[in-house]
Design a protein around this ligand. Structure first.
Ligand code: NAP
Ligand code: MG
Length: 496
């Protein structure tokens, strides 16, 4: 069913005013600048399919300017000689200004990407926490002293890497932009970031807010444009020391190759097809609540979503019926209706891609337990869709769909569950549900993925490292490991 669009509030109006102010320029060296090409890309509202405004289509020459500004800022004493305490304060000021503008940012995100407003509000909250989390780090990046012979003093210094090129996807734009910017800045780096062409608004607005937070000009530069243009220019730019990418595995491989010539440090956060294993002794009610919430959240456009629900064969039919029933109660509709659980997908292309996978699931003989259709005349809406009796080798169980589609896959026993869970090229996340502590910890250890939940799914906290095994990525974001990704160590050998 489709829900209605409710009336606007002040924050909604502020977001609309920001959009109506005109086509967006790019943010370089602390100010708005025109892209050299003079070209723009339309920004479409996925709920209405109407044009909201346009963003700049920057090219390699704009990336050159942004890299120059970032280099100058990296070397300037205003940033390079800043004390750790001052750096902490910079990040806290950004957190505060984001918090003060949270309602407007959430509306902008929902207009641009289509996510329900409650979801984008939770995202902005997470953004504030991310900046506060990374604000704690500058004073806690320690080197080490290493034992050697008595006439030697050997110690390490932990130093920033330099200019960081960052490229992100469209699914949770502000959360991704902020986690990358906060991490880089905490470690003393500077940034050139390209948001995804499909959802750039909140990253541009964040740039403006960072400008108001009294951060030295050039420390954060935001350049919008296409992957093949601005994105490719970042990936190969000789003036960029590190590249951090979030997106598809296919493009991630391309980025890694492009970064090789100049030996950039590379971190990649890529796709997933995460297993969620439910044993018969689990709290089944809770397991299903989390499973449905996960595959429907952000209309399934989440890299770590629970997309393969592995259930014991004795429970399969009952669980399939219950998941179908629960999914049928999830309302699809306007991002601004508080009843909405699923907004539209981000674009017509994404909707068509998802519909193609649904057709493939039916053709491959999986049981369509619920959904499978587009909704509404306008907007990129797709029903939550439940496939059961799915063969783990089939296309819908192996390929990332990035839409509200779950596959329910039966298993025989623990060994079969683990084998199926790991029979994938991905390794981003996974979960095990069981009241048997030994089994839960055994299975958590056996799943080959970077983040495992026991009796939960999808929680995120900056204290917990995130990243992929296998083709889901390289390196980690969040947690202590993310500090290692944005610093390099220098060993100093002093003969006394
Ligand atoms: P995508 O097509 O790989 O694009 C990601 C970003 O890369 C966009 O900004 C895109 O630009 C840019 N890009 C495309 N081609 C490029 C090239 N040749 N050189 C440099 N940059 C290039 O991914 P998406 O469709 O936006 O996002 C969905 C994917 O992201 C899914 O696979 C999902 O699993 C993954 N993801 C992973 C995580 C994680 O943390 N592991 C989080 C979120 C999403 P334009 O789109 O503007 O052209
Ligand atoms: Mg958009």
């Amino acid at each position: 069913m489709l829900t209605e669009t409710p009336a606007r509030d002040d924050a909604h109006q502020r977001a609309l005013d920001w959009i109506a102010a005109g086509p967006k320029e790019i943010w370089i060296d602390g100010k708005w600048q025109q892209a050299r090409s003079g070209k723009f890309i339309d920004s479409i509202n996925p709920e209405t399919e109407e044009k909201l405004t346009a963003i700049s289509d920057a090219d390699a020459s704009d990336i050159d300017r942004a890299v120059m500004a970032a280099r100058k800022a990296f070397e300037a004493p205003s940033w390079s000689a800043m004390t750790p305490h001052e750096r902490t304060n910079c990040l806290l000021r950004i957190a505060n200004i984001v918090e003060a503008n949270a309602a407007e940012l959430a509306v902008l995100e929902s207009l641009d990407n289509g996510m329900p407003l409650w979801y984008s509000k939770a995202g902005v909250n997470a953004v504030v926490n991310q900046f506060r989390y990374y604000a704690g780090w500058p004073t806690k990046m320690f080197g080490a002293t290493n034992p050697s012979t008595p006439d030697i003093f050997n110690y390490t210094l932990r130093e920033p890497i330099g200019v960081c090129g960052q490229i992100i996807a469209w699914n949770v734009p502000l959360v991704m932009a902020s986690m990358k910017i906060a991490n880089a800045l905490a470690c003393g780096n500077t940034v050139v970031l390209k948001p995804a062409e499909l959802a750039s608004f909140t990253t541009l607005r964040l740039a403006e807010l960072i400008g108001e937070a009294d951060i030295p000009a050039g420390v954060v530069n935001i350049v919008t444009g296409l992957g093949a243009g601005a994105g490719a220019a970042i990936a190969s730019h000789p003036g960029i020391d590190k590249i951090a990418f979030t997106g598809s595995t296919a493009v991630g491989k391309h980025i890694m190759r492009a970064a090789a010539d100049t030996m950039k440090k590379v971190t990649l956060e890529l796709g997933g097809k995460s297993p969620n294993i439910i044993f018969p002794d689990a709290d089944i009610d809770k397991a299903l609540e989390f499973a449905v919430r996960s595959f429907c959240g952000n209309s399934g456009q989440v890299c770590s979503a629970s997309t393969r629900v592995l259930v014991h064969q004795d429970l399969h039919d009952e669980i399939a019926a219950r998941v179908a029933d629960m999914a049928s109660a999830y309302k699809v509709g306007s991002p601004f209706d508080p009843e909405t659980k699923l907004g539209p997908l981000v674009s017509g292309t994404q909707r068509d891609r998802v519909m193609g996978y649904i057709e493939a699931g039916i053709a491959d003989g999986a049981t369509l337990s619920f959904g499978g259709s587009r909704l509404g005349g306008k907007g990129y809406f797709v029903q939550p869709t439940v496939f059961s009796n799915v063969d783990n080798k089939s296309k819908i169980a192996q390929e990332e769909i990035f839409g509200p589609v779950v596959t329910i896959i039966p298993f025989k026993d623990e060994a079969d569950a683990i084998q199926k869970a790991n029979d994938t090229t991905y390794g981003l996340a996974g979960a095990v549900w069981s009241r048997d502590f030994s089994r839960a910890t055994r299975v958590a250890k056996a799943i080959k993925a970077g983040r495992i939940f026991i009796n939960s799914y999808g929680d995120a906290d900056p204290v917990m490292a995130f990243g992929g095994y296998k083709q889901s990525g390289l390196g980690r974001e969040y947690g202590q490991e993310s500090i290692d990704m944005y610093t390099q160590t220098k060993s100093v050998w002093a003969r006394l």
